[in-house]
Ligand binder design. Sequence first.
Ligand code: GDP
Length: 451
Amino acid sequence: MLPFTDTIAALATPVGVSALAVIRVSGPDTAGLVDGIFGRSPPPRSVKRADYRGQDASLIDEVLFTFFRSPNSYTGEDSVEISCHGNPFIAQKIVEDLLARGCRAAGPGEFTQRAFLNGKMDLSQAEAVMDLIHAQSDRALVAANHQLRGALGRKMELLVERLLGVIARVEAYIDFPEEDLPAEDNQWIANELAELTREVEQLQATSHYGALLRDGIKTVILGAPNAGKSSLLNRLIGRDRALVSAEPGTTRDFLEERIILGAHSLRLIDTAGLNPSPAPLEKMGIQKTLERAQEADLFLHVIDAATPAPVLPEELSQRISAVPTIVVLNKIDLLPDSAATADHDGKVVLRVSALHNTGMEELVAALNHQAETFQRTVGTDVIAINARHSAALDRAKKSLVTAKAKLAATTPTELLASDLRDVLLAMEEIVGKVDGEKMLDQLFAKFCIGK
Ligand code: GDP
């Protein structure tokens, strides 16, 4: 039985003048509403044209509507989508009419929440709907589509099944507290726990990729004042966003631009020049550069080919050696014949002229190549977990490690079983088997209204 007794309605498209606007209705009264408004309940999933008249019979708009019969709808309930002309005034009048006819205004993400609670999708798929709506690059789209089609859910199902096998074996001994687990069972369980831990770690390793897909690859451009950082940023974004100046130390704060490069979304962050003897105001900029460097996924280290490269602060050198870095030798127009590609700790060195737009294709290719290396797959699926999944997997792994230690120390099987049940709870949380609605409410509150 479907749990909802009320029928919800909302505008599913942004407010503004557009070609079309779509209003969505879902709940048990939908068929009656459709009948009341349009004088008929058409066959499901076929588009019909009709006049939309208010309760006083005044014509609001000529619309197209599609009726969906439970359970074959997005929410699993009877629902209807009404496409009207894209005038916010018309859309609002239709929504108001629906509310006057007894609908309730839907909250953020309420349609998707119903889809989840009605068993149309698991929680990881509901989250993928959100990822899909916000995907900014081809790679983000691929990952969201894999997750929407249940890649993560299927993976968790396999892990849970395997874990249940271990739990069953352990629990078989709970009734015989005096006896130790037979050696062969002990070994089998230890192997299974090790294997489950490895699988969990493999999923955890996709967390960084998930963050890169959702937030963009944080690409921090750094180098000495006047090396050409702003010029390079402008070249990459294709317009003059950063202030280019011949006076060193002009970028005291940060410029951040999101760009789509090939299949990837990058957040390019231009920083204050790393002047070894800075003026007081510059010092603040440099401090901020160091802070931003801590969050960088990738560095573009810009060096002026015509000037000796300054020594970097130790903190920064360490960070650079730990994070993928592309060294950009800029202003090669000033030294066209120089073979100056001084060894930069084995990092890729590219020769460009931001001013004359040379070497930029190679730079873009190198950035793309680097971005590709961040991608993670688990089997044939692209998986990129989010922070919620990551927290649950951390808990699962902790309990797996504890369980394995207890097994080695021949702790009573009951205690082992309780850790394994903690692993189970953490794993199930990923697909949404959770106690309490608070977490769900918080999660769906991040959605837009009408989704
Ligand atoms: P930033 O301080 O590192 O951001 O450097 P800017 O981008 O502001 O550039 C500093 C100066 O170097 C400006 O006068 C630019 O026109 C100049 N510049 C930047 N790139 C090149 C280049 O490839 N060749 C030459 N000759 N000058 C450049």
